[in-house]
Design a protein around this ligand. Sequence first.
Ligand SMILES: Nc1ncnc2c1ncn2[C@@H]1O[C@H](COP(=O)(O)OP(=O)(O)OP(=O)(O)O)[C@@H](O)[C@H]1O
Ligand SMILES: [Mg+2]
Length: 263
Amino acid sequence: MKLFYSTRVARMFSMRKIAVINLKGGVGKTTTSINIGVGLSNNKRRVLLIDMDPQANLTEALFLRNDKTIYDLLINKVHPSEVILRVNDFLDAITSDKRLSNGELIMAGMPSRETILRRAMEPVFNYDYVIIDCPPSNGLLNYNALLYADEAFVPVSTDYLGIVGLRRIVEILDEINELFDHKIKISNVIPTMFDRRNKICNESLNEIKRGFNGEVVEPIRVNSKLKEMPRSGLSIFDYAKRSRGADDYSKLVNHLLNKEEYY
Ligand SMILES: Nc1ncnc2c1ncn2[C@@H]1O[C@H](COP(=O)(O)OP(=O)(O)OP(=O)(O)O)[C@@H](O)[C@H]1O
Ligand SMILES: [Mg+2]
């Protein structure tokens, strides 16, 4: 049996399966997935990052390479033990590649097409967190992520239309829960690209807090080190540990750790 689920000891709480999602592009989904994933693994939580996006931004931003990717898991029915890449003692990843662009078309013709990921991941249980970086599109890849996950983290950019993206995700989750008798919920809304001196950012943040009936965490500020991070192959904690970006994501990770007992 492979290492990833044989020798790792499960913690007391169950495996949290989190989709990091917003249909709006460029709001910080990948940046958030990487930094909370690496941040939690730095705190000795066993983390599996899944790149579910045909753009493969997470895979490329962490300089990950694997012959077998999420495409093989979903389309070619390859066992998870063959697609999971060990990054370090606490961090594993399932990478993506550009073949996934055709993945949705192929999945459309497969039986129970919305739950392919859920069924493929059945043998995988020994992580504290599975974090899925979702694509910015409303298709089968996201349906699969949302029907596998039991929580959604929604990064919302603090700009003029940020709240619209959030409302759309709330609607989609309601639809999915009703149609599939599923119980995914938004456990964290994460305001991103925040600039305290900017009027639109402040108005948008207030609107998000007013418009969402649930947890809105402290905003992630706009930060040039976060923008540079993907070309380093590192998380913000390794690329620029004294930056605002590292500060903000570190606070978010601590917040998640502090609330673990509720899960
Ligand atoms: N807080 C921030 N401050 C400055 N730049 C940021 C911040 N967060 C993310 N970025 C940059 O903004 C761009 C978009 O971020 P990211 O790729 O994380 O968004 P995304 O929602 O995953 O995008 P997509 O929808 O294309 O997958 C990237 O260049 C990233 O480096
Ligand atoms: Mg992305």
